[in-house]
Write a protein that binds this ligand. Sequence first.
Ligand SMILES: [Zn+2]
Length: 225
Amino acid sequence: MKMEELKPGEIDKILEHAPICYIPWGSLEWHGVQNPIGLDTLKAHQLCLMAAEKTGGVVHPPVYCGYNTMKPHAGFKKTLEMNKETVQVLAQDTFEQLYDEGFRIIFVLMGHYGGEHMKALREAGFLFQEKHKDAKILLFSDAEIAADKGIVGDHAAGYETSLMMYFSPQLVDIKLLPKDRPITIKEDGIGGPVDPRKSTIEEGRRIAEIVVEGMVARVKQLIGG
Ligand SMILES: [Zn+2]
């Protein structure tokens, strides 16, 4: 399902049955001392692979290109802040090329939630949709997809840290978090309703299953109608 690992004939077969391409789109961004900086993208990639297993289609290589990150927002390093134009040009080229290759359902899973970043991607998606009426493009963050199931996304707190622990426990070390004070955005670059020190693999699995269920439902709606 990983697009970069497929041979031409394998892609032809997939296009015949399910011309779907998932694009995990995130950033390289500070996610607390306990998490890897690629969290947004690593998380989105794994969720896309889980969804593609259920719907068919391919998963585009993860895109590490985030705008409106923690660097300008809160002054955190270990972050690559890209330009809005870079994000949009890369998105437009990628969407157009996937269309040219025969994909007709494009699902962009936005692992990075910067409001302006998501807006930039949605603008690119809107232009694509206007141009290609015989294709469908979906753009959602993982948190948006789980929202109607009572799950609240965050930045590097209990939600994202649990997901990361589920996908790659060896990449997370919650012992690195301070033990004797509240965790804050200002001091720790972490924000959300659930304390990251309460993160568990089980919670990550629960969230992942809910998000993937939501992704699959949205794609099946398109295939069905
Ligand atoms: Zn994140």
